[in-house]
Design a protein around this ligand. Structure first.
Ligand code: NAD
Length: 377
């Protein structure tokens, strides 16, 4: 038996921002990415609000937000009776606002507040997930917190300004969410349907969005793919790709999606139990390998056996990475060998205890996680 709840009310497409005009006499805490302030996008979005609203704007958002950002955001509201927390930005701004909402409510503030999220990257799906990833800089760990009941507004015009590298990174994050949800131990027919669609959209439209950032159709499709993948992993959860990315990201500060992308081929091969440098290519876990085979078939590969399915999927991902001109190893990204050597064991240990590990299709040991990480280096 399982229970799935999709409470989220999505507002999608051109004109969706007008939804904001319905709010009157509210006390609103806006948590926005600083880029949106300088680009003028923030003012354009806030212009949709009625003048009767009292608006406080907090834009001190940094990538992979630490708890200090969360505390500062709550403080910025002073003692106003906040009734709406509105987040506008990528996963960092949305996660920070979700944590502000979560902790302020715990302290008895923002008690009647609702949470609205307007993503400006097509990547994390945070606008539909119950998770908020906050970094503990001291311990070098990212903690997933759980918040619920968000009202997302999706307008792909907001991602037209994303530069190519962020388009690629965040798009590969979408793919990682969808693939991890698909092979998760908690996958269901419902999450599969969402993940399959997201995977197809990424392979078709991410290269187009990367090549031409003004391709509105590609942007719309990627914005939808991001949310679909978020809905998939919100019920199916993720796996060690994200566990390693959370732990390594806290140490090396590689953009989250790029880190997921670098790890993905190695994680897939590990999960299927396939060593491609081994001549005797046997999948030790045929069930997991056959799930990857299904994805390869979805992408039009022949995938005549689980092993060839895994191989073709990995090849398809590598081809996509080449189209997106992405680094394929941590070393290529710029992580130094001595820093890697210093932190690799700590990262593997942290990844073993990450909240995403229990739903990975293969139960890893810290030593195995270390091996995957070393391959990614
Ligand atoms: P991000 O929010 O850190 O933003 C990346 C960069 O893009 C920033 O420099 C930002 O200023 C810029 N940016 C944002 N929107 C822009 C736009 N429209 N035009 C130009 N530049 C823009 O990146 P992200 O990948 O969206 O989020 C990553 C964070 O999300 C990580 O902390 C990760 O752990 C977290 N995450 C959370 C979940 C979840 O379910 N809550 C899932 C995956 C990732």
């Amino acid at each position: 038996m399982y229970k799935i709840s999709y409470k989220t009310e999505l507002h999608v497409g051109k004109g969706a921002l007008q939804q904001l005009s319905h709010y009157k006499n509210e006390h609103i805490l806006v948590v926005a990415d600083p880029f949106l302030k300088t680009s003028g996008t923030l003012d354009a979005i806030l212009a949709n609000f009625d003048d009767s609203n009292d608006i406080v704007v907090f834009t001190d958002i940094v990538p992979d937000p630490p708890i200090e950002t969360v505390v500062a955001g709550i403080k910025s509201a002073g003692d106003k009776p906040i009734s709406i927390v509105l987040s506008i930005g990528g996963g960092s701004a949305i996660d920070a606002s979700k944590a502000m909402y979560y902790f302020a409510k715990k302290q008895g503030a923002f008690s009647e507040a609702i949470l609205i999220a307007i993503p400006t990257t097509s990547g994390t799906g945070s606008e539909v997930t119950s998770f908020s990833v906050i970094t503990d800089a001291e311990r070098g760990t990212k903690y997933p917190l759980v918040t619920k009941e968000i009202l997302p507004i999706l307008d792909a015009d907001l991602v037209l300004s994303l530069p190519g590298n962020i388009t690629a990174d965040t798009g590969m994050d979408v793919l990682t969410h969808a693939i991890e949800a698909y092979v998760s131990t908690k996958a269901t027919d419902f999450s599969d349907a969402l993940a399959e669609k997201a995977i197809k959209l990424v392979f078709e439209y991410l290269p187009k969005a990367y090549k031409n950032g003004q391709d509105v159709e590609a942007r719309e499709k990627m914005h939808a793919a991001s949310t679909l993948a978020g809905m998939a992993f919100n019920t199916a959860y993720l796996g060690i790709n994200h566990s390693l990315a959370h732990a390594a990201g806290a140490k090396f500060h590689v953009p989250h999606g790029r880190l997921n992308s670098i790890l993905m081929p190695h994680v897939i091969q590990y999960n299927a139990g396939i060593e491609f440098n081994n001549r005797n290519r046997q999948a030790t876990d045929k069930t997991v390998a056959s799930r990857y085979q299904d994805i390869a078939k979805l992408l039009g590969c022949s995938a005549s056996s689980p092993v060839s399915g895994v191989r073709q999927l990995v090849e398809a991902i590598k081809k996509l990475q080449r189209k997106l001109e992405m680094p394929t190893s941590l070393r290529e990204y710029g992580v130094k060998a001595d820093a890697f050597a210093q932190y690799k064991v700590e990262i593997s240990e942290a990844a073993l205890h990450d909240g995403c590990t229990p739903t990975n299709p293969r139960v890893p040991t810290a030593e195995e996680l270390l091996k995957v990480l070393e391959k990614a280096f």
